[in-house]
Design a protein around this ligand. Structure first.
Ligand code: ZN
Length: 381
């Protein structure tokens, strides 16, 4: 396996493929990047890949905004009406120096560098014209007809990309298909049509082709943006505290410039942390007179606006309140309901736990209350 030896063609000309919105599927967001950025990335970092050609549609208005647009490894060609035309257009450029070409779909974002290496290894070991990724069929399978007829699923397999071909064999095979007016669903078919040899490598079922909106939702569930928060405030004698927007009766009050809602402050910091936006002090200084007795729900609204701008939403929140008094349990439900209202997420997505400090230290001696929190964010679809 030679380093810097592979040519890659990515078919991304499918401009009509939308979920109904304005953005074609390959440019929808997935895990903080676009689908196509995810699809292209493993090729950019693979040591075996020398050049990546991306076949885009003529009126593509999104491509310039992609993170790989200025990469030296990447070139663009205009795609044709069909997939095989796009691949053909890319191969029409002068790539005689390459022995092998990998083809891939812009809307298969969940591939890895290992997939590339496995295919390269396979085509060399088996000395074939093409090697492709596949998965077995695990569901029952029927042929569609007047009466759908069940077939033996073990006799079928699902074909994925990437696929690797000997460049010369692929060029000849595609020409033959075009001449015979045969449409290729993928490059392995062109090779098969020319009666050339093929091999296959078992892929992963998670290497899905984004076709329906639910495909994107599924991949997006793997996203993990987390932030942690901590806040502590001093106690003095008083007639109650505010926790999560709820007034709670007890013999203490919180010493603070704002309303001292230590629970909301901690969660706010975890959101600001997860989004890389700094901390509460940056936006709501405790030196600023206009923040005197500030309602902490304003801080949360600020955080929710940041999430909105970054197209993120809260997946779940977990918190631990550390204090001797008040006892949290009697207030638990009320606080949870309030948090659900403030953060606009269901109660089932909020963790609210309480512990004491075993009567030692400043918290144990009722001189302070603290809250630890964690938030997980996900991309808004
Ligand atoms: Zn605070």
């Amino acid at each position: 396996m030679k380093e810097n030896s592979l040519l890659v063609i990515i078919a991304a000309a499918g401009s009509g493929e939308r979920f109904g919105g304005d953005t074609p599927k390959q440019y929808m967001k997935l895990n903080g990047k676009s689908v196509i950025e995810n699809s292209v990335y493993p090729f950019l970092v693979s040591k075996y890949v020398k050049q990546v050609i991306i076949a885009i549609s003529k009126n593509d208005e999104f491509i310039e905004k992609q993170d790989f647009y200025n990469s030296k490894k990447v070139e663009f060609v205009h795609g044709g009406d069909s997939r095989q035309d796009s691949i053909k257009n890319a191969l029409a450029l002068d790539y005689k120096d390459f022995e092998f070409v990998i083809t891939h779909d812009a809307v298969r974002p969940n591939i890895s560098e290992a997939d590339i290496a496995n295919l390269y290894k396979d085509i060399l070991n088996k000395n074939v014209s093409c090697s492709f990724l596949y998965t077995p069929v695990y569901d029952s399978i029927k042929i569609v007809g007047e009466n759908d007829i069940t077939k033996d699923k073990d006799k079928f397999l699902l074909v994925q990309t990437p696929q690797i071909c000997r460049l010369e064999d692929l060029c000849n095979s595609l020409n033959k298909c075009i001449k015979d007016e045969v449409e290729c669903p993928d490059e392995s078919y062109a090779i098969e049509y020319s009666n050339l040899s093929l091999s296959k490598v078992k892929g992963r079922r998670s290497n899905i082709k984004i076709t329906e909106k639910s495909d994107l939702e599924m991949l997006n569930n793997f996203l993990n943006i987390s932030g942690i928060g901590f806040d502590l405030h001093r106690y003095e004698n008083g007639d109650g505290i505010i926790l999560g927007g709820c007034k709670i009766d007890c013999n203490y009050r919180i010493v603070a410039h704002s309303d001292g809602d230590v629970l909301l402050h901690s969660i706010a910091d975890s959101i600001l942390g997860a989004t890389g936006s700094g901390d509460i002090g940056l936006f709501f200084s405790d030196k600023d007179p206009k923040n005197k007795n500030l309602d902490s729900r304003k801080i949360i609204n600020h955080c929710l606006n940041i999430l909105d701008k970054k197209n993120l939403e809260i997946f779940n929140i977990d918190t631990t309140i550390i204090c001797e008094y008040p006892k949290i349990n009697p207030w638990r439900e009320q606080i949870l309901n309030k948090l659900s209202e403030i953060f606009k997420i269901p109660v089932s997505k909020i963790g609210l736990k309480a512990t004491t400090s075993e009567q030692i230290g400043i918290i144990g001696e009722n001189k302070a209350i603290a809250v630890q929190s964690l938030v997980n964010l996900k991309e808004k679809l």
